[in-house]
Design a protein around this ligand. Structure first.
Ligand SMILES: Nc1ncnc2c1ncn2[C@@H]1O[C@H](COP(=O)(O)OP(=O)(O)OP(=O)(O)O)[C@@H](O)[C@H]1O
Length: 471
């Protein structure tokens, strides 16, 4: 186990108590009470063992040799710290939670102005196609895509792996030539313009920082290589780097090296670097994909706030539907190289235009189209299956003669925090999950074995053939 934040190691831990092997990235900032309790939930109790093991190791005086480089303060504390200090560090119940970023921090107006000196840019792609030449012949991976991204919007491209999201992003960036179609920034045709002349900032999942360069050096890299922004003297560069590091709340980290940072901090450096040259457009490809769930959640909210404050048009690719629903102003669902649906996230969620979209952005139940409940609902289809979301199923204690309800028996009741997830079985043995807000559930609780009556609303069902859901 390596708790040292220099090493960037992860530990593979298996335990019979866990459903599957657990990988826990260890970082100094993890040893905090809120994270600790979340982590213990995440890994089914393994945390207490882990903590105990680290505690004994720490008490035995072993720690990583941090090398001869200038070292920032890290956990574990120096060996000469007295035992009571050590207990303090490890006592998850008493250590205050240290968030990855201060989401409520006021953004310095002068810094914002410095960085967001241009107006936001509208991006349009028109009938864009991409064909790759592979050993099996030509492969068209983007098939006539048209999309308008309004100036200042945060747009999420979602879809299964291989559906063409990254390829589209790369064509917008100029990293990949288009096979057909046009790319415009504010009505300026940039289709054949080189990447370095498009004024685009990138941030990818793999931090892509130069390990041998300090944080400040990484942020300054773009400025050093492109002197076209009027930032030419070393003093101007230093000022811009300071501003950017302050913006991403890493002012004290300029002299560190990337391996000395946590994943979230590295992504913040990558963001500062992407913003260094005042890009007109920010492109993020799975920016939080490599981060753990707690940090990811925090950075989502923070990046969204920053994006709005900078008013910079941003397109991001994500596999995480929740991330897209939470962050995006506009959501684009890709399937097999085409856009299947686009719109504000709540609209796409509320009114998916196909079984594929419903299945992709929520976690619906699959029912046979001929089952009792579907027939009783009045829904008619020739397709073999039907999707229904767990939050789209009204439930009644008594039979409702005015509504087409179907009786069922409660089989499971699982408290999931803010929601209660229940499973019922209809009399034809078809099962269905539905959820209720905990507050509603407490008002009207359900018990295992209880008879209930559920309504399926035809407008909220989507019929499908298994082929329709394939990536
Ligand atoms: N240089 C290339 N040569 C050949 N095929 C490629 C190349 N780049 C991408 N592809 C193929 O294009 C298809 C789309 O890839 P792309 O990375 O755009 O998908 P994606 O939706 O972003 O998926 P993921 O989320 O997994 O990155 C995939 O089948 C991929 O294998």
């Amino acid at each position: 186990l390596c708790p040292c934040s220099f090493s960037n190691e992860t530990s593979q831990l298996s335990t019979t108590e866990c459903i599957r092997p657990v990988t826990i990235p260890l970082r100094a900032s993890h040893w905090t009470s809120r994270n600790a309790s979340r982590r213990s939930v995440e890994c089914n109790g393994i945390f207490s063992d882990l903590k105990g093991s680290l505690l004994s190791r720490f008490k035995s005086g072993k720690r990583e040799d941090a090398g001869t480089r200038k070292q920032p303060p890290v956990w574990p504390p120096p060996e000469d710290a007295d035992e009571s200090d050590q207990e303090d560090v490890l006592d998850a119940d008493e250590t205050p939670y240290v968030p990855e970023v201060n989401k409520d921090a006021e953004l310095d107006e002068s810094v914002l102005k410095e960085i967001a000196s241009k107006g936001a840019t509208e991006v349009r792609v028109v009938d864009v196609e991409k064909t790759f030449l592979t050993s099996q012949g030509e492969k068209k991976v983007v098939k006539g895509v048209s999309l308008r991204v309004e100036a200042g919007q945060l747009v999420a491209l979602v879809g299964p792996s291989g559906s063409g999201k990254t390829t589209l992003l790369r064509m917008i960036a100029g990293l990949e030539p288009t096979s057909a179609g046009k790319v415009y920034f504010n009505d300026e045709d940039l289709t054949d313009v080189r990447v370095q002349d498009r004024d685009v900032g990138f941030m990818f999942q793999s931090y892509a920082l130069f390990k041998h360069m300090t944080v400040a050096g990484n942020v300054a890299y773009g400025l050093n290589t492109s002197k076209r922004k009027g930032i030419v003297t070393s003093e101007q560069i230093r000022k811009r780097v300071d501003d950017l590091l302050s913006l991403v709340q890493l002012s004290d980290y300029g002299e560190r090296y990337p391996p000395q940072l946590s994943g979230g901090q590295r992504q913040r450096v990558a963001l500062a670097r992407a913003l260094a040259t005042e890009p007109r457009l920010l492109l993020l490809d799975e920016p939080f994909g490599a981060l753990d769930i707690v940090v990811r959640q925090e950075l989502r909210t923070w990046v969204k706030k920053l994006q709005k404050a900078l008013n910079i048009t941003t397109i991001f690719v994500t596999h995480d539907q929740d991330e897209a629903l939470e962050m995006a102003d506009y959501m684009v669902v890709f399937h097999r190289g085409r856009i299947l649906q686009e719109g504000p996230p709540f609209e796409v969620y509320e009114s998916p235009n196909s079984a594929f979209v419903m299945n992709f952005i929520s976690d619906p139940n699959v029912l046979p189209a001929t089952c009792l409940a579907v027939r009783r609902s009045g829904f008619r289809t020739t397709k073999p299956y039907v999707l229904v979301r767990p939050d789209d199923v009204p439930i009644f204690y008594e039979e409702r003669l005015d509504l087409p309800t179907t009786p069922a028996t409660v089989m499971e009741v699982n408290n999931m925090g803010p929601e209660v997830l229940c499973e019922i079985k209809y009399d034809d043995d078809v099962t269905l999950e539905f959820n209720r807000q905990r507050y509603d559930f407490e008002e009207q609780p359900l018990e295992i074995g209880q008879r209930v009556h559920l309504q399926l609303k035809p407008l909220l069902l989507k019929a499908f053939h298994p082929e329709d859901l394939k990536a």
